[in-house]
Ligand binder design. Sequence first.
Ligand code: HEM
Length: 505
Amino acid sequence: MAFLFALVVCILVFLAVVSYVHYARRRNAGEGQGGYGGGHEKPSPSSKLPPGSMGWPYLGETLQLYSQNPNVFFASKQKRYGEIFKTHLLGCPCVMLASPEAARFVLVKQAHLFKPTYPRSKERMIGPSALFFHQGEYHLRLRKLVQGALGPDALRALVPEVEAAVRSTLASWDGRVMSTFQAMKKLSFDVGIVMIFGGRLDERRKAELRKNYSIVEKGYNSFPNSLPGTLYHKAMQARRRLQGVLSDIMRERRERGEPGSDLLGCLMQSASRGGDDDGAPLLSDEQVADNIIGVLFAAQDTTASVLTWIVKYLHDNPKLLEAVRAEQAAVREATDGGRRPLTWAHTRSMALTHRVILESLRMASVISFTFREAVADVEYKGFRIPKGWKVMPLFRNIHHNPDYFQDPHKFDPSRFQVAPRPNTFLPFGNGVHACPGNELAKLEMLVLIHHLVTGYRWEIVGSSDEVEYSPFPVPKDGLPVRLWRENRTVDRKGCESDNVEDIIV
Ligand code: HEM
């Protein structure tokens, strides 16, 4: 018995020593690594790592993160350690930054010292040439092309297409219970397709893209391996098929001699005209395809989750909903009761609705944080960020900090009557990688709200207080909602009794 006890003690002591040695080595490796790239101060000898805990060897604090709501994890760390703290997640030492100044330091002022970082398996799935994996010259030139297809003129021209997509989404929901998130995913996919292909894509191709894209999505967060039958393997196969469809579309456009002025056209023309000073093409067809898939990926779930939250927030705030309805009724009158299409100018006249969108972006903070990796040892406010460490600006913590947004858990669009303090409102990020699709996303939301509140009523089915991560936060089960046209009478079981068609497309 005594022998057994001694053995157990020895094992425990041995494990503790191994853990400590491993931890100390990792910490020293983190502290010692790295050169000092251009344009920043060499960390002073007195600089120290930020406060925080690194958890267990290898595992770090990954289990704590995944065993609770991630927002609670970050918020409790911030409460304990302040606005900059360290932790260890998914095998990487990380520094978390929860202040507006620190987010600006990483994303804007010293952006060249922090490169975008994604797991290799995810890069392969989206396409390694997609712009958000890059920085420097290639990223800048690509970004200009993408921004060109998302600029004010392009968006103005897209309003009728966005309106048609919104009308079709609501019409197919009418009289039924649907997951709001799934309905909004379809909408944002359709809008993404119109922006990329300029409304010139035939239904067969669209169906092929939709089918394969949804298989890619399913495998995106699965364990990466090449075993046939696994979600990851299926996703990689679907990704190859997507690339094939895109290559066919590019070839046909080239044969017709009409690349087009949509996103695909902008990217293709840079390739065929030779974007480089020396005449070399900027993008191969494969790189164009990576970027098309990347934009679809960046556009869909983000926009769909915010739209889902908007439906919930409006539902939960009846007085606000009435005020929004009144604002939108005036717009509807201006469109002759919906007989004429919405225009860009109409969407610019929706002041209250716009504030509802900003407040939804703040409250929901669907992109809670982003990742960068330090490319050199960097010092920030006396703290050392070692080369190779991940750096995470925590958007949600900033958006929910009462120092910047009074009573932060209250849904109150009127707070946006005054512009937020600089760098405190970052739903679309900041700096060189800030979201180029933000105006398109807001346009989609304005048009959706217009038709939703002027033409429909809706009720939430079941409880909507729990949140699930998909991976963005959305209400449980995607917010099941029964929706019906305003001038229909619907009994509680969802049976309709009359219908007056009021929409003239
Ligand atoms: C409500 C909807 C959206 C939200 C909340 C959102 C949020 C963001 C954020 C926070 C970033 C920066 C990430 C970082 O710095 O690491 C970003 C980047 C990006 N977004 Fe969005 N986005 C939305 C919709 C869209 C749409 C509709 C598109 C395309 C039409 C789009 C395309 C992109 C692209 C291409 C990037 C990468 C930019 C770069 O690396 O230069 N996003 N988005």
